[in-house]
Design a protein around this ligand. Structure first.
Ligand SMILES: *Cc1c(COP(=O)(O)O)cnc(C)c1O
Length: 621
């Protein structure tokens, strides 16, 4: 934080406490869905999701497919409901990632049903006038959806339009919803209508799920609620004074001279403007807190700067911390600031700190952070799908800054998964074991057995294993994506079957046939089986075992990872003394674990960790 121009602090302890407070208003059977749309209202969807799950959330609510995909990629496993209507071209990824779409039209339901099995929530418009089936014809639509075999109705919901301020209309919406439900036999598992304001203002016993948004972030949607429940703001937005100046009576400050100093005064320049999410409408209205004193914004908010009157401060100095929003000082809570310009707290918090790093706190301690620019979500027009280019950039960047390297790393994976670039292959559970044994027949060589296993999407009903004596000859096999295994044979060895052969090759435990061809300085082994046809396009388990020879005089053996790989375990077994492993890894971490057993040395990453090509390890003996 010392080095940041502005930053947000997200107090997860306050979030937890807000959930606990709100739970007091749930009726006994009710569960909750945490709403994390718009990056959890600017608080960070991943960290909020994790905390909410710990606090008992049974599901998460996001706005769209992209937000759901990102959480899935980040490893969130619980049900995720997409609250806005989805598009037809998003169906495939919804199914692949087990997201729960909201059904608002019959047409979408039918298209979804055509593509595969899917859990859904049905949205009924009881007066919000936004998405969903109109309550008047909801029943007939529900009936039709029930006939669609692939769709499993996991929930039915509606949404209040003004739970925080209009009890009459809220009751009308609730009655309409309850009436529909009373006419259904077999209710789905989840019935829900309340947003967080509704939880406080309109407990409805016929529902069993509530959707918590704004209030869980510690922002009141109505000042009267303050007497009912004690919420604490989760987000604080801070900056520092970058310049202290004085103005003479009559001097103007900022664009268009909207503020003219009434007397001689001191003011400070803060390095935050509307591009940081500090709303332009706070011009000449906003307040900040410095040294526990409330100071006023003077002049217009610029894109990157604001000026504040610091006449009250005894000792203003450059570098002093300034609170722009949140924290315990109530005068600058999101709801107070937005009331100064009739704005909306929802909007302010989801736009604030766009250029700020986030720090996550618990019990006053920083426990995590997320980098700058994190909310620049993957643009659709990303056309460069050459993994190599991305990685080149990643590596170049990582030399300069760890933070940027992390960012690039996350970005690459986001692009791969959120955008689902179909041309890029990746492997999971990569295990490669190599064993050297003495050979009576060829004493200058080690008899070498290798076993490679991994999971990957099967491209074709065949694939190849290749072996050559020079890198040049082998090179063409690196360009072909039907080759799953390549081996460089020592130059002193003849290119013959007895020196390199596949002892077993399986896909999902189907033992494949193999056919060897020796030509142009290469051994090419085609592996195939008629049963593979039905597995094309599915993720399958490969297992490839070979036997070959390796010169004792070489003193080193390299193993490469040439595809994007998640979870790596490479081991080398021999009777040799003093074997060292030198990993050359790129990815988030350069240093995998190295385990040494009696005869075996292993290089391991976490199961979930992604390793980029070209990584590898050199065993030196
Ligand atoms: C955003 C949203 C919520 C959360 O509303 P809050 O007022 O922030 O509690 C609940 N349900 C749906 C469908 C939403 O879109």
């Amino acid at each position: 934080m010392k080095n940041d121009r502005s930053w947000t602090e997200i107090d997860l302890g306050n979030f937890k406490s807000n959930i606990k407070e709100l739970k007091k208003f749930f009726h006994p059977q009710a569960e909750f869905m945490q709403i994390v749309k718009a990056d959890a209202y600017g608080h960070g969807a991943y960290q909020i999701a994790k905390q909410a799950i710990e606090s008992g959330a049974v599901s998460l609510g996001v706005a769209n497919l992209q937000e759901g995909l990102l959480l899935r990629y980040q490893g969130i496993k619980i049900p995720i409901v997409i609250l806005s209507p989805s598009l037809e071209n998003e169906i495939e990824q919804i199914l692949e990632n087990q997201l729960i779409p909201t059904i608002s039209t019959l047409d979408f339901a039918e298209k979804l049903n055509d593509k595969g099995k899917c859990e859904i929530h049905i949205n009924i418009d009881t007066g919000m006038g936004r998405s969903g089936f109109n309550y008047l014809n909801a029943l007939e639509n529900i009936d039709k959806i029930r006939k669609l075999d692939n769709l499993e109705i996991n929930g039915i919901f509606s949404h209040f339009s003004s739970a925080e301020e209009d009890p009459e209309f809220t009751k009308l919406q609730s009655d309409r919803f309850e009436d529909i439900l009373s006419k259904l036999d077999n209710l789905p598992k989840f019935i829900h209508i309340s947003n967080s304001s509704g939880v406080l203002t309109f407990p409805n016993r016929y529902t069993n799920l509530v959707r918590l948004g704004l209030l869980s972030y510690g922002i009141y949607s109505n000042t009267e609620m303050k007497n009912k429940v004690n919420l604490k703001p989760v987000m604080t937005f801070k900056t520092r004074i970058t310049q202290v100046k004085s103005a003479k009576k009559g001097d103007s400050i900022g664009y268009n001279r909207t503020f003219v100093a009434p007397t001689d005064m001191e003011y400070a320049i803060l390095p935050v403007g509307y591009a940081d999410g500090y709303d332009f409408l706070l011009s000449n209205k906003g307040k900040v807190v410095i040294n526990d004193l409330v100071c006023s914004i003077v002049g217009k908010v610029s894109m990157d700067m604001i000026a504040v009157d610091i006449s009250k401060l005894a000792k203003p100095e450059v570098g002093k911390e300034v609170i722009l929003l949140g924290d315990s000082n109530k005068s600058i809570s999101a709801e107070n600031l937005t009331s100064l310009y009739s704005g909306l707290s929802y909007e302010l918090i989801s736009q604030i700190g766009r250029r700020a790093k986030r720090y996550y706190k618990e019990d006053g301690k920083i426990i995590d952070s997320s980098p700058l620019l994190r909310r620049d979500f993957v643009p659709k027009d990303f056309s460069d799908n050459k993994l190599g280019n991305i990685i080149e950039t990643a590596i170049e960047q990582r030399l300069q800054s760890k933070e940027i390297a992390n960012l690039v790393h996350e970005d690459i994976l986001k692009r791969l998964f959120a955008e689902k670039d179909k041309d890029i292959q990746y492997r999971r559970n990569f295990k490669h074991s190599i064993k050297f044994e003495n050979s009576d027949e060829f004493p200058k060589y080690f008899l070498t057995s290798t076993n490679l296993s991994f999971s990957k999407k099967l491209q074709n009903d065949f694939f190849s294993v290749a072996c050559a004596k020079t890198e040049n000859d082998l090179e063409k096999y690196f360009l072909r994506n039907d080759v799953e295994y390549r081996w460089l044979l020592d130059n002193s060895i003849d290119l013959e079957e007895m020196f390199f052969n596949v002892t077993s090759v399986k896909v999902n435990n189907i033992e494949l046939y193999n056919e060897m061809k020796i030509a142009d300085g290469c051994i090419e082994i085609k592996c195939y089986h008629p049963d593979l046809k039905s597995l094309v396009g599915k993720e399958v388990d490969f297992s490839i075992s070979t036997k070959t020879y390796y010169p004792k005089s070489s003193h080193q053996l390299s193993v490469y990872i040439i595809e994007l790989t998640q979870g790596v375990d490479i081991s080398f077994e021999s009777e040799l003394k003093n074997v060292e492993a030198v990993p050359i890894f790129s990815g988030k971490s350069k240093f995998p674990k190295i385990l040494k057993n009696k005869n075996k040395i292993s290089i391991l990453t976490d199961k979930d960790e992604w390793v980029f090509p070209t990584s590898g390890v050199v065993f030196v003996y």
